[in-house]
Design a protein around this ligand. Structure first.
Ligand code: ADP
Length: 452
């Protein structure tokens, strides 16, 4: 409004100036004509001025609008300012949308499942890297490709084409992981969301569980069959006292075998279900040796030469019962598999790196290389007959490995047929501390313990 008044004012002033000029130059009669000419000129000036401002704004609009709009006074200035403001608003909204989209894509990327988006014609719109991995796709190159040209597994193609997506489909993709489960959901009309999940690990765990249950059942059924056989004998046959005694001894052995199996299974279950032992409870290696040595001598009953070297006050951080069980299993194996008259030597050693190890060395039969990597599997035995005969459950080394893993260490096995075996419990430096060496001045610090 004010712009219009200004323009009118300029026009009137121009008319007045034209009329006055005509009056002064030519006399009164020409004043009206002068005013008219002045008015036309004034109006023309206003129009030209407006056109100039309009052209400037148009030039700015045709450009990239990366500079502020022309700040002219009046309507053009305001039009420019308002356009600039709404453009800035639009840019802000677009930036926020772009950010939201980027976050959304990042969330899809972080998904543990494969995510694949298909358009109405089943062409790939987008996929995250996990889906690319599962289906062997290239997220850039394969965009806009028909999905069935790239994922050709018959089960998947049939599932997609049938259009019944209530249940997922499971198949083995030729270029992806072992087993894949795929679910499709429709959204926004005919668009499709394909979700994929790698089931390989779950299937492996399931197979392991099945094997484990089958093994346990087998291990329990064998002594049970023997026991019921003996019971049958006792009931039906008139045995003399000596025979009865023999049968009862054999039955006791079978019952003990079942007892050992249950004990080992419970130990494993406890190890799996309890938190990792803290690194602040210290167990003296010498005390550990003393405990296991007593058991070892009782088991060997003088059939072997057994030595436990002094650990000179070294300590290990961990769960005492678990460490006793781990070392006890290794020593008991060494005794059970080493023929009478053989040697078993147990010693502590601390490496320069600070790692500590307890080595159990025996002069037994040794183990062929092919078995070494499988020895810690549950129920894996090199010589099943000998293991069972000597009361083995096939779970000992699985327990040892578990204990070591819980202590951040490992079980190291070194063996060769005919040359005996060395089993080492290796512990990280964090869990090892040695007594301080006596200083030159005296023995004041001799009893103090330090971490190397
Ligand atoms: P088991 O109860 O049968 O001894 P383990 O898990 O303790 O089960 O050991 C697995 C297998 O490793 C044993 O069956 C045996 O064949 C072999 N083994 C373990 N320790 C020794 C050893 N010191 N010398 C020879 N073989 C061994």
């Amino acid at each position: 409004m004010s712009g219009l008044l200004q323009r009118l004012g300029v026009g009137l002033l121009a008319m007045l100036a034209g009329g006055l000029a005509a009056m002064l130059l030519r006399g009164e009669g020409k004043a009206l004509l002068g005013a008219l000419i002045g008015g036309v000129l004034g109006f023309g000036a206003v129009v030209a001025f407006d056109a100039m401002r309009g052209a400037r704004l148009l030039r700015w609009l045709r450009g990239a609008q990366d500079t502020p709009a022309p700040r002219d006074a009046g309507s053009w200035g305001e039009i420019g300012y308002r356009i600039e403001r709404s453009l800035r608003g639009l840019a802000r909204t677009a930036e926020a949308e772009r950010l939201r989209l980027a976050q959304f894509v990042a969330a899809m990327e972080a998904s543990p499942n494969g995510v694949l988006l298909l358009d109405a014609g089943d062409q790939i719109e987008w996929c995250n890297s996990r889906a690319a991995d599962h289906f062997g796709l290239d997220p850039q190159r394969d965009r806009r490709q028909r999905v069935t040209n790239l994922i050709r597994s018959p089960a998947f193609v049939a599932y997609l084409q049938a259009g019944q997506f209530d249940e997922p489909v499971t198949f083995h993709p030729p270029r992806g992981p072992g087993t894949l489960q795929v679910t499709i959901r429709r959204y926004d009309g005919d668009l499709k969301l394909v979700l994929s999940q790698d089931l390989t690990e779950r299937e492996r765990a399931e197979a392991m569980r099945r094997d484990f249950v089958a093994n346990v059942s087998h291990e329990i059924r064998t002594p049970l069959t023997v026991l019921s056989g003996f019971l049958e004998t006792l009931r039906n046959l008139p045995l003399d006292q000596a025979e009865q005694k023999r049968v009862i001894t054999l039955m006791t052995q079978q019952a003990e075998r079942m007892g050992h199996l249950v004990t080992d299974l419970l130990v494993l279950a406890r190890l799996e279900g309890s938190p990792r032992p803290g690194a602040d409870r210290w167990v003296g290696v010498d005390a550990l040796f003393a405990h296991v040595e007593a058991e070892a001598r009782a088991l060997s009953a003088g059939r072997h030469v057994i030595t436990f070297a002094s650990a000179a006050g070294a300590e290990i951080a961990g769960a005492e019962t678990e460490l006793q069980s781990a070392l006890g299993n290794l020593v008991s194996n060494a005794i059970r598999y080493t023929p009478d008259g053989g040697r078993i030597d147990v010693a502590w050693h601390c490496a320069d790196s600070g790692r500590g190890e307890i080595a159990v060395v025996d002069s037994g039969p040794g183990i062929a290389r092919v078995h070494l990597s499988r020895l810690t599997e549950r129920f894996y035995r090199v010589d099943g007959g000998r293991s069972r005969e000597s009361g083995g459950t096939g779970l000992g080394l699985a327990i040892v490995k578990h204990v070591m893993q819980r202590h951040g260490g490992e079980l190291d096995i070194d063996s060769e047929p005919g040359k005996g075996s060395t089993f080492r419990l290796v512990l990280p430096s964090l869990r090892v501390r040695l007594p301080a060496r006596p200083s030159l001045e005296g023995a004041a610090s001799a009893t103090r313990l330090t971490t190397p």
